[in-house]
Design a protein around this ligand. Sequence first.
Ligand code: HEC
Ligand code: HEC
Length: 79
Amino acid sequence: MHSVRKKSVRLLAVGVVLVAALTLVSRSTQPPVQPFDPAHRGLAGNPDCAPCHAADAAAPLGPRHPPKDDCLHCHPPAG
Ligand code: HEC
Ligand code: HEC
């Protein structure tokens, strides 16, 4: 009886850790699509993004942003 409860507590702990880890991983690897707003309509590629997303622009990329060769490859336009 006692050991069965211990086992299920351990199983539960493993499950919680797994879910947390998967959530973190999927969060950090899913690039967000471009917002569906006027600023993001009809843009062709990197040179169109720089005015707003360059390091010194209005909406700079975060420090954890992956390499940024081709914006549209990872961030397709919405809609
Ligand atoms: C006119 C300014 C402007 C241009 C040009 C622009 N953006 Fe943005 N972008 C913003 C602003 C401001 C935000 C943050 C606010 C928001 O979500 O609308 C943003 C947010 C984003 C986000 C984050 C969405 C999210 O859910 O976190 C992505 C991805 C993005 N832009 C991609 C691009 C790409 C790719 C281009 C070029 C093809 C581009 N943007 C061009 C202003 C711009
Ligand atoms: C290799 C894929 C990839 C490329 C190429 C890429 N991005 Fe991203 N981008 C991501 C991922 C993944 C995230 C989410 C980062 C996070 O969660 O920390 C992201 C997040 C963003 C965000 C939200 C703010 C932030 O920093 O988290 C913006 C805005 C953005 N990218 C714009 C761009 C622009 C503009 C370019 C081109 C200069 C670009 N991205 C190229 C994968 C990419």
